[in-house]
Design a protein around this ligand. Structure first.
Ligand SMILES: *Cc1c(COP(=O)(O)O)cnc(C)c1O
Length: 359
């Protein structure tokens, strides 16, 4: 088996999904499993489906294509705004798309009409995180115009918090979405099927029963994949944090000093290292580096191993307190989201379905 490798435990993903699904169900919220972090990996999507999700959500069309080509039948939402340059593919591949620009909605409508289709859209509202979303006082105008388009149907409203600026979901900002929905429904005589409010940063509020009644749809990635909510990265009860484990191989082991010898300039990435003198240490090099993952998001599974540093292809660890490890031995890491995403997207990291207990 080639290394480095990322072991993906589908049983743990299914279990985590069941936990989140149950939480959502208690508040009558439908759950979309967000697969973007896995590049739309069908095995992961199917584990989520076994765990209860009735929707999938993806940021990229290529990933949606991968899901659909594998035979997955549950509806897939495109959660990043469609690109004008690939409108046709959006209509072909996405069952719903999230939208914030009239120009794009109009293009979606034209493309749908040409294909004898109606494309479902959710309009995203910015409630303060300042990433995607139209400003609340522009909602009336965009709905008014979109309702005249024959090729699109507005199936709901949504919002996304926390991802860019860390804005914390509250009952109040969620209620704002509900109020806007009621206002628009009254004004235009329409009814929204979906009010989609949340990503993994809303799990805490959900546990506290703080989600307003009418919110009926969540889109959850990290909490399912890594078992943490995303405001303080706290562990969610009854979930695993090691459904994904990264393993690399020891390619050098030497007793060396902890402090470099010579004058210190910049390292390979333009930083000037400040190094504490811990005396001599047993240092190992692993065959993994910044081309493969985000080093800051690696958590050694062996608590006695310490990460010293990394360049593009080399990760140096201190195994002084870790006992007997040798050339060719494997070292494994649990992953924070940044390291998970890096490993998942690196072509150099083999992806292997397996059990992460038996590493
Ligand atoms: C990524 C994303 C999600 C899922 O976020 P997690 O924190 O992984 O749960 C939900 N909605 C939108 C719009 C996203 O971009």
């Amino acid at each position: 088996m080639s290394t480095p490798k990322l072991t993906i435990d589908l049983k743990k993903i299914e279990h985590n999904t069941k936990t989140i699904f149950q939480l959502c169900k208690e508040s009558s919220i439908a759950l979309a499993g967000v697969t973007k972090g896995t590049l739309g990996m069908p095995e992961v999507a199917n584990a989520m489906i076994r765990g209860g999700v009735t929707w999938l959500a993806e940021s990229r069309l290529d990933n949606i294509k991968r899901l659909k080509d594998s035979g997955i039948k549950v509806p897939v939402i495109l959660i990043r705004s469609p690109h004008l340059s690939e409108i046709d593919r959006v209509v072909d591949l996405a069952d719903i798309s999230f939208n914030t620009e009239y120009k794009i909605i109009k293009a979606l409508s034209e493309a749908s009409i040409a294909k004898n289709k109606v494309h479902n859209i959710v309009i995203m509202i910015d409630l303060g995180d300042l990433r995607e979303g139209i400003w609340p006082d522009e909602l009336r105008d965009i709905i008014h115009k979109a309702l005249t388009l024959k090729g699109v149907k507005i199936v709901g409203l949504g919002t996304n918090l926390t991802d860019l600026n860390g804005v914390i979901p509250t009952t109040e900002n969620n209620q704002k979405l509900v109020d806007l929905a009621s206002e628009m429904e009254k004004e235009f005589g329409i009814e929204f099927e979906i009010l989609t409010a949340a990503n993994s940063s809303s799990i805490k509020l959900l546990e506290l029963n703080g989600i307003p009644k009418r919110i009926n749809h969540f889109r959850i990635g990290e909490a399912i994949l890594l078992g943490r909510e995303t405001i303080a990265r706290e562990v969610i009860d009854n979930t695993y944090q090691d459904a994904f484990v990264l393993t690399a191989e020891i390619i050098e082991k030497k007793l060396k000093p902890s402090v470099p010898i010579g004058d210190i300039g910049q390292d390979a990435f333009g930083n000037t290292p400040k190094i504490e003198d811990k005396g001599d240490m047993v240092r190992c090099i692993l065959n993994i580096g910044r081309q493969d993952t985000n080093i800051g998001g690696l958590i050694p599974r062996n608590k006695n191993i310490e990460i010293v540093g990394a360049s593009s292809d080399h990760l140096v660890i201190d195994i002084t307190k870790a006992g007997d490890l040798d050339i060719g031995d494997m070292v494994s890491f649990n992953l924070e989201y940044s390291a998970f995403l890096g490993a998942m997207t690196s072509p150099f990291v083999a992806k292997v379905i397996g059990l992460t207990d038996k590493l």
